[in-house]
Write a protein that binds this ligand. Structure first.
Ligand code: ZN
Length: 136
């Protein structure tokens, strides 16, 4: 498993890097590295044929899985379905979930865990467009 490194940090941001997602196996949690306060983030990888070794559920947090590469199967309680690159799966609280990589290439994914019903303003109701000199 790679190690998350803090690349740079300012008063209002933290930039961390977990390295190549293809070069580690398992799970890499990111909240502690970035100091995120609204959600837990993790990168996950599963080699061909592998599933997460356990089902689990959450009491207060929903999870959103974003599949970045590979394909496989996802199960929520008694429902199972195919997933592939680009799939986004939202899983509610109080149900068991797991995923398995069935492609030859490893599956890489992001999981975002946040308080169910915790989102209030977002995008256009929370964002403001500002004039600023670009340093990019
Ligand atoms: Zn979870």
């Amino acid at each position: 498993m790679s190690e998350v490194k803090i690349i740079n940090k300012g008063e209002k941001f933290t930039h961390a890097n977990a390295g190549s997602l293809k070069d580690f196996e398992g799970k890499e949690f990111l909240k502690d590295a970035t100091g995120a306060t609204s959600c837990e983030l993790s990168f996950g990888t599963l080699p061909s044929g592998a599933a997460v070794p356990f089902f689990h559920s959450h009491k207060a947090n929903e999870e959103n899985y974003i599949i970045l590469s590979g394909s496989g199967r996802f199960q929520v309680d008694t429902d199972a379905f195919d997933i592939s690159e680009g799939s986004v799966i939202r899983v509610a609280t109080n149900c068991d979930r797991n995923l398995k990589c069935t492609s030859r290439e490893p599956m890489t994914y992001i999981c975002i865990q946040a308080k169910e019903n915790g989102l209030e303003g977002y995008t256009m109701t929370d964002a403001e467009i500002n004039e600023r000199e670009s340093l990019l």
